[in-house]
Design a protein around this ligand. Structure first.
Ligand SMILES: Cc1ncc(COP(=O)(O)O)c(C=O)c1O
Length: 409
């Protein structure tokens, strides 16, 4: 690490240690609540049986119990259709897999899929694959701050026949939160299934799957849900789930006499041994979130986000993309420094201040095109529940120093 004088002075002033400052929570939240590694380790050490593939020993029953309770807790967390009915929660490895299961299982040649210009590649890449197989794909243009105007969706659905609408609840690039209530209501009125990518919002914003009338809510465990990597899932509307074909088939530990994939849920979409330690970890993190409160998590992140925004808004030579307001947005900020490449900025922040961020295109070329930052991308600073005000102040100070250094070159 190379330290410079202004940085050392600012650090001493603020009494902040030189430990790493993690501001890459959009990629994965860190650290996790202590109950998460504890639950993973206790599952492996004390239970560790496979799911429905044993002899009904105590360990088998305990493991099965853990998975059923986790499904019920997820159903109730997302306010699924049949309350705590565990059948309508499918586990996957991550939200990318969830979106693939839904999109590739539902869309057939001749159908028409609609999405937005702020999507992650986990939505647009499966759609482009399907397009090559005869599915029509349309992309609604969001405004330059990353928001989709509900009127745009309304007009499109009035003039076109659409079989499915899929969207990200909030942008992983600039944090803009879509007006989901309005968008989902428009879909419900038009009879179009609405599929949500909740990667950036689950655990940070309340999501009422049944109240919104969503057909499927795809989630990932390792971001706002505070769980480990490698676990995600889908909360289904039962009627919609019945119209989706599984594309992974194999052993389920059930109906073993049948050479065909079981029709019933959750077995229909879950062939192969699931990530049981991951489910144990996710179950613990969900308990932590419920106890802490989504509202409290959201308020804390918002407050820290506001502090960052106020600190950097007026820095000369620093441009912020997306909403400059502190409402309608998550604490995920995209920015660029004048004449300093965002990769260099991320490197400098990391080397000199131990601040972890993420530069580049964030797996969202569409989003960056919408914001006008393609192909160069942007520096993303994403705040999490465990960040502190002091850490935000160091980041503001560091960005100010980088901007000023560049200005004199
Ligand atoms: C909006 C959005 N969708 C999808 C993903 C993919 O998440 P995962 O890698 O957990 O599947 C991400 C991750 O950054 C995201 O932010």
């Amino acid at each position: 690490m190379v330290y410079n004088l202004p940085y050392m002075i600012s650090i001493i002033k603020m009494g902040v240690s030189l430990l790493s400052i993690y501001l890459n929570n959009g990629a994965t939240t860190w650290p996790k609540p202590a109950c998460v590694p504890e639950a993973i380790s206790s599952f492996i050490l004390e239970r560790g049986a496979n799911l429905a593939r044993g002899s009904s020993s105590g360990r088998d029953i305990d493991s099965l119990d853990m998975v059923i309770s986790a499904r019920q807790d997820i159903a109730s967390f997302f306010r699924g259709y049949r309350k705590r009915d565990p059948r309508y929660v499918t586990f996957t490895g991550n939200v990318t897999e969830s979106l693939n299961v839904v999109l590739k299982g539902f869309l057939r040649p001749g159908m028409h899929a609609l999405t937005t210009s702020m999507e992650h590649n986990s939505v647009i890449r499966p759609l482009r694959r399907l397009e090559g197989q005869g599915v029509k794909v349309s992309v609604l243009q969001c405004d330059s701050k990353g928001f989709l105007n509900p009127e745009v969706l309304h007009s499109f659905l009035k003039e076109n026949s659409v079989d499915l609408f899929v969207l990200s609840h909030a942008s992983n690039v600039c944090g803009s939160i879509q007006p989901l209530e309005d968008l989902a209501a428009i879909c419900t009125r038009a009879g179009v299934p609405c599929v949500l990518d909740s990667a950036q919002t689950a655990g940070v914003l309340e999501i009422d799957v049944e109240g919104l009338g969503l057909s499927a809510c795809c989630f990932t465990g390792h971001k706002g849900l505070m769980g480990p990597q490698g676990i995600g899932g889908i909360v289904w509307e039962p009627g919609f789930a019945a119209r989706v074909l599984p594309f992974v088939e194999g052993g389920t530990g059930s109906f073993s006499d049948d050479e065909h994939q079981p029709e019933i849920l959750p077995d229909r979409f879950e062939a192969g041994t699931p990530n049981l330690p991951g489910i144990a970890g996710l179950s613990a993190s969900l308990g932590w979130i419920v106890e802490t409160g989504v509202e409290a998590i959201s308020e804390r992140e918002k407050k820290l986000g506001k502090r960052l925004l106020e600190g950097i808004r007026t820095l000369p030579g620093l441009e912020i993309f997306g909403s400059e307001m502190d409402r309608d947005r998550l604490a995920v900020f995209a920015m660029n420094l004048d004449s300093m490449d965002n990769g260099t900025a991320a490197f400098e922040l990391s080397e000199r201040w131990g601040i972890e961020t993420r530069p580049g295109l964030h797996c969202s070329p569409l989003g960056h095109r919408t914001l006008g930052t393609f192909p160069g991308g942007a520096l993303r600073v994403s705040i999490g529940f465990f960040n502190t005000e002091q850490e935000i102040d160091v980041a503001v100070e560091a960005l100010g120093i980088l901007a000023a250094e560049k200005a004199v070159h």
